[in-house]
Design a protein around this ligand. Structure first.
Ligand SMILES: *[C@@H]1O[C@H](CO)[C@@H](O)[C@H](O)[C@H]1NC(C)=O
Ligand SMILES: *[C@@H]1O[C@H](CO)[C@@H](O)[C@H](O)[C@H]1NC(C)=O
Ligand SMILES: *[C@@H]1O[C@H](CO)[C@@H](O)[C@H](O)[C@H]1NC(C)=O
Ligand SMILES: *[C@@H]1O[C@H](CO)[C@@H](O)[C@H](O)[C@H]1NC(C)=O
Ligand SMILES: *[C@@H]1O[C@H](CO)[C@@H](O)[C@H](O)[C@H]1NC(C)=O
Ligand SMILES: *[C@@H]1O[C@H](CO)[C@@H](O)[C@H](O)[C@H]1NC(C)=O
Length: 235
């Protein structure tokens, strides 16, 4: 289903300059657990729930008396706010870690950064996205920094959107990348958790993971995804 592996990796390695990609597979369950991000022991019950129109991760979790993040992590949801009607979700056996926030990206309207480290510098628009959401929730940078980038071409340059205007799905936005910065890239097989869990653990943003995987928004197939870590200013 995803053909990003060789082509995208070659492209992105060039993009971020001195980065050395070392493809490897890491089992998320073996990563160090710090803070409240990763719960290592959510077990599945034999119950599967089929998502109905208008369900949210919170409504389903409360129906089964488990945490929204238990449910999201067990089902390896890329973004727990994205559910599909008719999608099957495995229900946790019990509320193991009834956390309803730490697996979600936050709407950080106080973001101050004006560029991201390393890249990639193109983001593919998902349904309902605005410049404000992409900037503050996906990348933790200011909305103005996206609109102000002289690199904007095509759709965004032509549209000249306000930051709350809903953008067209599948179009692209250029993301400002800080000069002289790079990240290390690898492939990562998510067996547990959300994209935000990985981003929090490794100091990157969900926008970087999504853009590296061409707008990937859901990990139901648990395909290895391209991820970044060790982002830094180059010496
Ligand atoms: C699920 O079903 C299998 C077989 O029907 C059973 O052995 C197992 O104990 C059940 N697991 C749970 C968590 O109920
Ligand atoms: C979902 O919510 C919308 C708006 O509240 C409502 O019009 C629609 O009938 C709901 N759909 C279902 C399947 O409940
Ligand atoms: C957003 O970036 C600021 C620094 O610019 C940092 O202090 C904050 O923790 C970041 N927030 C998130 C949710 O990553
Ligand atoms: C997720 O991405 C797929 C294409 O990869 C798209 O068809 C779908 O509408 C997207 N869903 C959401 C909720 O963004
Ligand atoms: C983020 O918060 C601001 C201020 O409350 C709000 O205007 C905006 O719609 C929110 N964005 C998202 C994507 O939820
Ligand atoms: C846009 O970027 C230019 C060059 O970096 C800067 O001088 C200018 O102040 C920025 N404008 C806004 C509105 O942020």
């Amino acid at each position: 289903m995803f053909s990003y592996a060789s082509n995208l990796f070659a492209w992105t390695t060039a993009l971020v300059g001195a980065v050395v990609a070392q493809p490897s597979t890491v089992d998320y369950d073996t990563l160090p657990s710090t803070g409240s991000v990763i719960n290592l022991d959510v077990t599945a019950s034999n119950t599967t729930y089929i998502v109905q129109a208008n369900d949210t991760i919170h409504s389903i979790a409360s129906q089964y008396n488990v945490g929204a993040c238990d449910l999201a992590r067990l089902n390896v949801l890329a973004d727990p706010n994205f559910l599909y009607a008719d999608e099957p979700l495995r229900i946790p056996a019990r509320a193991t870690f009834p956390d309803d926030t730490s697996c979600f990206s936050t709407n950080n309207t106080g973001a101050t950064a004006t560029c991201i480290y390393g890249g990639p510098h193109v983001y593919t628009i998902l349904p309902g996205a605005t410049i404000q959401k992409i900037a503050n929730e996906r990348y933790n940078i200011t909305a103005e920094s996206i609109l102000n980038t002289t690199a904007q071409t095509g759709y965004i340059a032509a549209l000249n959107p306000g930051i709350y205007d809903v953008l067209e799905t599948g179009e692209t936005v250029k993301i400002p990348v800080c000069d002289n910065t790079a990240c290390t890239m690898t492939e990562f097989a998510f067996t547990y958790g959300t994209l935000q869990d990985f981003a929090t653990e490794y100091g990157i943003t969900v926008g970087q993971i999504m853009s590296l995987n061409l707008g990937y928004n859901h990990t139901e197939l648990v395909a290895p995804l391209g991820v970044l870590y060790d982002c830094a200013v180059l010496e």
